[in-house]
Design a protein around this ligand. Structure first.
Ligand SMILES: *Cc1c(COP(=O)(O)O)cnc(C)c1O
Ligand code: SF4
Length: 349
């Protein structure tokens, strides 16, 4: 067993352990953790400064998770878009392959809350053979995104085998891994892992920082190691009430990601997943954040703000209205709020 696997075994998973460390009302949480399990890695728990802070909110169970409203378990209909279990084929030329159903820390806002931490590893493996067979026949697929759960919770050898098998499929050009391990279990990013990943280029890693306090010496080092292995690093942030729904916090996060060689890729509007309603913000708040980034942060620090449409209709970027069209004239609003007219086409004799 590797060192990171032993560390993971020391995660906080029971309400008993939680109440030993922090003062919480455990009774109110029993039902919550029965439904949605808890796991907080020792490292991530160490980032908590006080109860209710942005780190706490992301990983400590909350009674409000039991609120159902008209929220469903799978609003994006990922199950319906799965030709074989564990493979989500929504867009013509790229697919999501679920290779793990567990994570180093279970995020309370997770869009895959319906199964993260609830399934056994045996079940995950069984899915994989069918998924590979499907991909061999799906000649239009050029981009495979490994997701979960967290793909980096597999052992180096298991992951190497999956990546090697994907590399044997001629029409698959690009591999991507979505992982929160640099944020929640940075010691998992070992030199051995990076040497293995490097064999499978072109390989991209998208990680998942949500708050500037998650950028630490340890998580920076994890990103350094990946970047030094030639892996382009992107970041997907989820817009979360009480965590990062503040233009200044978000600006700091995006700017600091660039300093650790991570390029902000998406800010996701929260999906309507059961158990996450207390994290919701309005689109208006998201748009305000985008306005605070454009022109004020490095252009490279400005990601797309996207909403994933219900029913698996796809991601759509949300933009502040910077452009108005009046006949042949476009009126642009710049970052300072000035309106500037710009004629579209002039006829050249
Ligand atoms: C987000 C997503 C992708 C990848 O979309 P990109 O915009 O290429 O990053 C692919 N498939 C599914 C099902 C997705 O949710
Ligand atoms: S790391 Fe990702 S998949 Fe895992 S619990 Fe967090 S949001 Fe969900």
């Amino acid at each position: 067993m590797e060192r990171w696997q032993r560390t993971l075994q020391k995660s906080m998973t029971s309400l008993g352990e939680l109440s030993e460390r922090f003062s919480v009302e455990v009774e109110a949480l029993c039902e919550v953790t029965k439904r949605f399990p808890m796991r907080v890695s020792p490292y991530y728990a160490g980032l908590i400064e006080r109860s209710g802070d942005p780190i706490w909110l992301q990983c400590i169970p909350d009674p409000r998770e039991l609120f159902e409203g008209d929220f469903t378990e799978d609003p994006l209909d990922e199950e319906g878009l799965s030709p074989v279990p564990g493979l989500i084929h929504r867009y013509p030329n790229r697919v999501v392959l679920i290779v793990s159903s567990t994570c180093a820390t279970f995020c309370r806002f997770c869009m895959r809350k319906r199964y993260v931490g609830c399934r056994s590893t045996g079940q995950d493996r069984h899915f994989l053979r069918d998924a590979m067979a499907y991909l061999e026949g799906a000649v239009e697929v050029r981009d495979v995104i490994l997701s979960g759960g967290d793909p980096l919770l597999l052992s180096d050898d298991e992951l190497d085998e999956i990546l090697s098998n994907l590399r044997k499929i001629r029409h698959v050009e690009i591999l991507r891994i979505g992982t929160r391990v640099p944020v929640t279990l940075p010691e998992r990013i070992t030199p051995r892992l990076c040497r293995m990943l490097k064999k499978h280029h072109p390989l991209y890693v998208n990680t998942h920082f949500n708050h500037p306090r998650e950028i630490t010496a340890q998580s920076s080092r994890a990103c350094d190691r990946l970047a030094d292995a030639g892996i382009p690093l992107g970041n997907q942030t989820v817009l979360l009430k009480g965590v990062n729904d503040d233009p200044l916090v978000m600006r700091e996060l995006m700017q600091r990601l660039l300093t650790i060689r991570v390029r902000p890729y998406y800010i996701h509007h929260l999906d309507r997943v059961r158990g996450t309603a207390h994290f919701r913000t309005s689109f208006q708040e998201g748009l305000k954040i985008m306005e605070a980034l454009r022109g004020y942060a490095s252009g490279m620090a400005v990601p797309y703000y996207v909403v994933d449409l219900p029913g698996g209709k796809g991601k759509v970027p949300l933009l502040p209205d910077y452009v108005k069209r009046v006949g042949q004239t476009y009126c642009f609003r710049n970052y300072r709020g000035e309106e500037i007219a710009y004629q579209d086409m002039i006829s050249v004799p």
